[in-house]
Design a protein around this ligand. Structure first.
Ligand code: ADP
Length: 250
């Protein structure tokens, strides 16, 4: 589904991504691991259009998507989750979900004057969809809560929920486990598995928690020094000598 070819991202003279080549198969939940500074987040940011690459190519289903801006990738169903921005903390959980779909009718002046009924219909539909997503995530009881009052793990669920408001095909998740308690982390894992099985989402997941990786991911790609070092099942990766060396070297 995604093919990354000889991708480079340099910051001045520093090569954060240094000739990475890898593939993500449709329908998989691929784990991306590697020591700190390996270039995982930078790779995500380049694929998702947040940072322009220095060189190299990224294709999605055969189409060149190198350097496309995030909103265009969003339209193609490629999403990278982001922490709920601070300015959205004072909005409710439901409102945060309703914000997501692009091109809402209410946005243009024309519609403000002539499309009142349509706006009302669209808002009702959006609200119903948001409520469905909240039910799926088992956090319906938080619908009217301010997003800023959610726990770290609940915010991660909301981030996942935002991907469900659009027709996502492939979702890049950066450290969903950071600062999340174990029980909630496993719930997030179940949600990812369910989205993968029932809605056909492909996932690429950066995560340090190997239990979490083991529970949801296959295959696993290990990066070091800006490129792919190894790929295989978690067991294969864990016993790979180059991988062990890369982790010990940090
Ligand atoms: P990982 O996610 O594997 O920990 P990162 O992609 O975050 O690795 O970082 C890879 C390297 O690139 C790190 O050494 C980091 O300091 C550097 N880096 C990341 N972003 C920038 C930036 N905007 N400017 C300069 N260096 C950066």
């Amino acid at each position: 589904m995604i093919v990354v070819e000889n991708l480079h991202k340099h910051f001045g003279g520093f090569h954060a991504v240094d000739g990475a080549s890898l593939q993500i198969e449709k329908g998989t939940i691929t784990g991306l691991i590697g020591p700190n500074g390996a270039g995982k987040t930078t790779l995500f940011n380049v694929i998702a259009g947040v940072l322009p690459p220095t060189s190299g190519r990224v294709t999605m289903d055969g189409e060149d998507i190198t350097g496309l801006p995030p909103h265009e990738l969003f339209g193609k169903g490629l999403l990278r989750t982001f922490q709920i921005a601070h300015e959205f903390h004072s909005m409710t959980v439901r409102e945060n979900l309703m914000m997501v779909p692009a091109g809402q009718t209410g946005e243009t002046l024309w519609n403000t004057w002539f499309g009142r009924k349509r706006i009302a219909d669209e808002e009702r539909a959006l609200r119903a969809k948001a409520d469905e997503v909240l039910e799926f995530l088992t956090i319906s009881h938080l619908a009217d809560e301010k997003a800023g009052n959610m726990s770290g793990g609940q915010k991660k669920l909301l981030e996942l929920g935002r991907t469900m408001m659009v027709d996502a095909k492939i979702v890049f998740l950066d450290e969903v486990g950071a600062g999340v308690n174990r029980t909630l982390l496993m719930t997030i894992g179940d949600t990812i598995l369910q989205l993968n099985k029932e809605r056909g989402y492909t996932f690429v997941v950066i995560e340090h928690d190997m239990d979490f990786i083991g529970k949801i991911c296959g295959p696993v790609i290990c990066m070091a020094e800006g490129k792919k070092l190894a790929e295989g099942s978690l067991e294969e990766i864990k016993s790979n000598e180059q991988v062990i060396e890369a982790y010990l070297g940090t």
